[in-house]
Design a binder for this molecule. Sequence first.
Ligand SMILES: [Zn+2]
Length: 437
Amino acid sequence: MLTDQLKRAVEQRRDALISLTQSLIQIPTINPPGDRYLDICEYLADRLSSTGFKIEMIRAEGALADSSAHPRWNVLARYEGARPGPCLHFNSHHDVVETGHGWTKDPFGGALEDGRIYGRGACDMKGGLAASIIAAEALIAAAEEAGLELPGSIEISATADEESGGYGGVAYLAEKGYFSPERVQHVIIPEPLNKDRICLGHRGVWWAEIETKGRIAHGSMPFLGTCAVRHMGAVLAEIETHLLPLLASKTTAMPVVPEGAKQSTLNINSIHGGEAEPEDGYTGFPSPCVPDRCRIIIDRRFLIEESLDDVKAEISALMERVRSQRPDFDYEIKPLHEVQPSMTDQDAPVVVAVGAAIQQVLGQQPDFVVSPGTYDQKHIDRIGKLKNCIAYGPGILELAHQPDEWVGVEDMIQSAQVMAIAAAQLLGLDPERPSSL
Ligand SMILES: [Zn+2]
């Protein structure tokens, strides 16, 4: 069967998969600021053109954070099959987050120890990128070996800035039409969601700054001013006693993991009030003033059952309740960032094909999950208008952004096998077809 051939073809590429993953980790594409993007795109361009892919190098000129010091480079590789058919696109982000503290391994060494490859980005998501490349190359080779004409086309992209919103990456490509449904029919994003799980989408996001306003006065005579920090204290009390219990009571049909995210949540990302604390020369001794400004940034994650308008209205109503209880209360809400929730149907072709391939390789049914946070699917869905998109890849979600991040070689092999079998199915080959060999 073609399935067995594909599994073997991936297995035969074990060493190539390991060295590819290591090479990608060894290019430290840290974001921010967006280092070495051109280097990693050129490396991938060389690698993929040698196996028959046509390459496009795309700089997101004018996109957020694009500059001559840190140009936002993306690479798109396309393999044209022998006859017309659908296009399957594997999209990975090539940027990684800062290393942080606590590493016992070289974060950019790519050491292989006991079946694990260590390094920043190993799990999120250079291991997934490497697995998708090996899957595509294995499929192309196996089809050729079996004397099958590969229909359609396979695309592999490595894109910038997912870790900072994706505006110089997938959003830019989507705006340029690269993810239009006429061009691309199926998308797999090999983010680290575990090899037996299919991620259908993500919750929605609303970030806003809430500022309370008071009046400055001498700290020895606070009754002559209005304290913006005390105003904010009242807002926080209202959030604590009314809003958080309300959010916790909301339920969803979205299979969000982990369990705690299967409801609406709100985080207070930051709070600042009173005299600013200077970076240099901080004494812990501000001048005696009644603070006239206090700000928080809220990070509200919402469910597909909620509308963004409702989410905003909830906060406005809360602020008005506080206003009705406090004299001299004044405030402003400044929206910062919003993303609609996204969830691909479980009977979408890409979900069905990857689910069947997981069954073939792992001998179990896939778990369907929804991510608590967003990733580049948001741009493919909203800008590209392409719904047939999932995240599926090796790597253990909880290891992302951690010190001593790693990806398991066996997990990469198995998920590359899943990707190759699903790709065959989506392009129109029957993976169950008896082998011609
Ligand atoms: Zn990622």
